[in-house]
Design a protein around this ligand. Structure first.
Ligand code: ADP
Ligand code: MG
Length: 739
């Protein structure tokens, strides 16, 4: 039988297949060959033994310094009257030593002679305060390069030809198999591999200067030179990027093929009348993105656009103009917000921006005016019925809501546009639920996010969406000044901070104080305080509000906002804050997203080190939204020089959200960045990093677009089609497909 990448391992490595399955969870030749080496050691270059960490499973290259057998009488002689033997071997890296110990294996000294070079693998233990490997696996390397080798070793690994290479691939392993046992199996698999269809078409390989798949697999597992594994990894990294991008390109292609009703601009309609009464001029970005969106809406295929923009860059206006264009063309728009507070605020904002244009069917409504409905989970029965009716009958041109909008019972007369605000809070599934409403024509979709996403992450996670960016803030807006307040070392700085808050309030302005938990003993509280490294539970909203009102902020009107307030109470306190009847709002991060009170100028974030960098950036975006400059104080007890403190200094030093997101992404693990995309049992990205390999992703995206445009079914590229189908079938693919 001919061996290909899909061949099951038992046909190639025999009984080792079972061990590979338990140790590495690999079943096929292809899966084994994507278990890539962790590092490459040069033969004869000894491992640094001073850096071994206790408890880790290590593979080290070292030279034997001494090996002695000692008898030990403690356990008593065996039946033949011999005392048991302990073999103590000391290996060296030239400077430091490591002890290897074997019990009752006196024959070990036959092979482990002083001067012998070998690989030793095991879990780092400790004896008398010094690191030790107990019963390590050993393989000797004193064999001529490319010379004849005896194939029997005490490891039973079989083929050790690979050990004659000048470069030794070291594999990640948990200890059930040694690195060289994996290497031996891999080598056997490579030798038996016959049929190999390269998924990357030859012209693309030539264009990108990539080696073919066979060369790449050989180079990554059995390199002769560093250049071999470098070019191999470059090629295999590109594979990962290409397959992901082809999946996304095909998805875009499918979406583009779906029907949607075109919603062409209507001269003299609501959109035009709204533009005429705007109290400000649109920024260049708003104008540019507005035209892109207007053109998208006029097409007979659904728009799928991601609008990224700094907090305060004016995304809402862009969305509202799009919604009005759809209403002018006879459709309706839904505006989805992640929280009840935000939905209410959007409803207020949209209604007030529209003025009499939103009073359709009411006294004082402008001619042709529409109506704005609100649908949230906390509506009373009567209000809910009315909102449902307005959506179903079409009298509400705009329906604002939370996920309650996604329920089956919510019907629209003619839903033409779905705007999703602050995407990062929304499940992709939920987005799918709204756009997939059974009707033949799909609504257009505009997703807005204020969390700037690095380009490569956007390309990978939102690769099905066209991306627009609002880069600049409206004219006259001054960036928020951010300072770190080290509360432990400099208590007077915090006092001065509260003084600043009092001054702002005295000048008629307002402030937020953000705390990491509510402090009412609820579960969110406990979770917040339960982190492994957290010593104290952190400031609670309730206690902080009380303390401030009775001390540093005495005489100031202090309000409280958090997620466990009854919806009516939330609404009331937000209304009072918006109306200026509350001076200082002490809140959890419910204020993080989209809350817009232009008169608020100061934000004090307590225990700032507990938040992600992007989250801090979001938070500070809540101040300085009016004419006055904003100030953000990041209060922390993290000691100077600690990583937490450095992160805060970095956020304070930049006002650029994209820079913050780059910092944030660099700090997080790849899997966190990609989230659900990587939730499949076997991640599809091994060598490719969305953080580090932007150029590869950009190239692959262009190539994928070209391939799919010319051959959407990939009929001419069967090998690529198989890889793409495999990814589409994984959890990751399922995720992508639902967006
Ligand atoms: P985002 O949702 O992007 O954070 P918003 O749409 O809420 O920003 O806009 C923030 C504030 O800026 C709002 O009060 C809005 O009315 C105002 N605004 C929007 N566009 C402009 C503009 N071109 N010039 C001046 N102010 C603007
Ligand atoms: Mg907003």
């Amino acid at each position: 039988m001919s061996v290909g990448l899909d061949t099951r391992l038992q046909f190639v490595v025999g009984k080792d297949a079972k061990r590979l399955l338990t140790a590495l969870d690999v079943r096929t030749v292809g899966e084994l060959l994507t278990h890539y080496p962790r590092r490459y050691d040069e033969r004869g270059v000894l491992s640094d033994l001073s850096t071994l960490s206790r408890g880790a499973y290590v593979t080290v290259q070292a030279r034997v310094r001494s090996a002695v057998n000692r008898t030990y009488a403690k356990a008593g002689p065996d039946r033949k009257g011999r005392n048991p033997v302990r073999t103590e071997v000391v290996v060296t890296d030239g400077t430091g030593d490591l002890q290897l110990v074997f019990f009752k294996q006196p024959w070990r000294t036959n092979a482990l002679k002083p001067g012998a070079l070998g690989l030793f693998a095991g879990k780092v233990g400790e004896f008398n305060g010094r690191p030790q490997l107990l019963h390590p696996e050993c393989v000797l390397l004193d064999i001529p390069i490319d010379g004849a080798v005896e194939t029997s070793t005490e490891t039973g690994a079989g083929d050790v030809l690979w050990l004659t290479r000048p470069i030794i691939a070291v594999y990640p392993t948990s200890g059930r198999l040694t690195s060289w046992q994996i290497a031996a199996c891999t080598s056997t698999a490579l030798d038996s591999l016959e049929d190999i269809d390269d998924p990357v078409p030859e012209p693309l390989r030539a264009r990108r200067g990539l080696v073919d798949l066979r060369t790449a697999l050989d180079g990554v597992h059995r390199p002769y030179t560093d250049a071999d594994h470098d070019s191999a990894r470059a090629r295999l990294r590109y594979d990962e990027a290409l397959v992901t991008q082809v999946v996304l390109a095909r998805l875009r292609h499918r979406l583009e093929g779906l029907p949607a009703l075109p919603r062409k601009p209507v001269p003299g309609g609501l959109a035009d009348r709204f533009d005429q009464r705007l109290p400000f001029t649109l920024t260049d970005g708003q104008g540019r993105v507005g035209s892109q969106v207007a053109a998208d809406l006029a097409r007979n295929h659904p728009m799928h656009r991601l609008l990224q923009g700094e907090v305060g860059s004016g995304k809402t206006v862009v969305a509202l103009r799009a919604m009005l264009q759809v209403i002018d063309a006879g459709g309706q728009a839904a505006l989805l917000a992640p929280t009840e507070v935000l939905a209410q605020q959007h409803h207020r904002a949209v209604t007030s921006m529209l003025g009499d244009l939103a009073l359709g069917g009411m006294l004082g409504g402008a001619e042709g005016a529409t109506a704005v409905g609100l649908l949230t989970g906390s509506l009373g029965v009567a209000a809910r019925r009315q909102a449902l009716l307005a959506a179903a009958s079409g009298t509400a041109g705009i329906v604002v809501g939370t996920h309650a909008l996604l329920e089956e019972s919510v019907q629209f007369a003619d839903l033409g546009l779905v705007v999703v605000d602050e995407q990062h809070r929304f499940g992709v599934e939920q987005r799918a639920a709204l756009t997939d409403r059974g009707s033949v024509a799909r609504p257009h979709v505009l997703v807005m996010t204020a969390t700037p996403i690095p380009r490569t992450v956007a390309m990978t996670v939102f690769g099905d969406l066209d991306v627009s960016v609002l880069a600049e803030l409206p004219a006259g807006r001054r960036p928020v000044q951010t300072s770190v307040v080290p509360a432990a070392e400099r208590p007077t700085w915090l006092e001065r901070g509260w003084q600043r808050v009092r001054e702002e309030v005295a000048a008629g302005r307002q402030a937020y104080v953000v705390c990491p938990r509510i402090g009412d003993g609820s579960q969110t509280d406990q979770q917040a305080g339960d982190g492994p490294e957290e010593q104290s539970p952190g400031h609670g909203v309730l206690a902080t509000a009380e303390e401030l009102a009775g001390g540093p902020l005495a005489g100031v009107r202090v309000g409280v906002l958090h997620g466990r307030l009854a919806p009516d109470d939330k609404d009331r306190v937000m209304d009072r804050f918006a109306a200026g009847e509350v001076d200082v709002l002490v809140a959890t991060t419910v204020v993080e997203v989209g809350v817009d009170v232009p008169n608020a100028t100061v934000m004090v974030v307590m225990d700032a080190d507990r938040y992600g960098l992007s989250q801090l950036h979001q938070l500070r975006g809540r101040v300085g939204r009016g004419a006055e400059a904003g100030l953000c104080l990041l209060v922390t007890e993290a000691p100077p020089g600690s990583p937490a403190r450095e992160r805060l200094d970095q956020v304070a030093a930049t006002t650029d959200g994209f820079e913050v997101s780059r910092l944030d992404v660099a700090l997080r693990r790849e899997g966190d960045v990609l989230g659900a995309l990587q939730s499949g049992s076997r991640s599809s990205l091994r060598l490719l990093s969305v953080v580090r390999h932007e150029d590869v992703i950009v190239d692959a995206r262009a190539d994928a677009a070209e391939l799919v445009a010319a051959d959407p079914a990939l009929d001419r590229h069967p090998a690529l089609a198989r890889r793409v189908a495999a990814l589409e079938q994984t959890a990751a693919g399922a995720f992508i497909d639902k967006t």
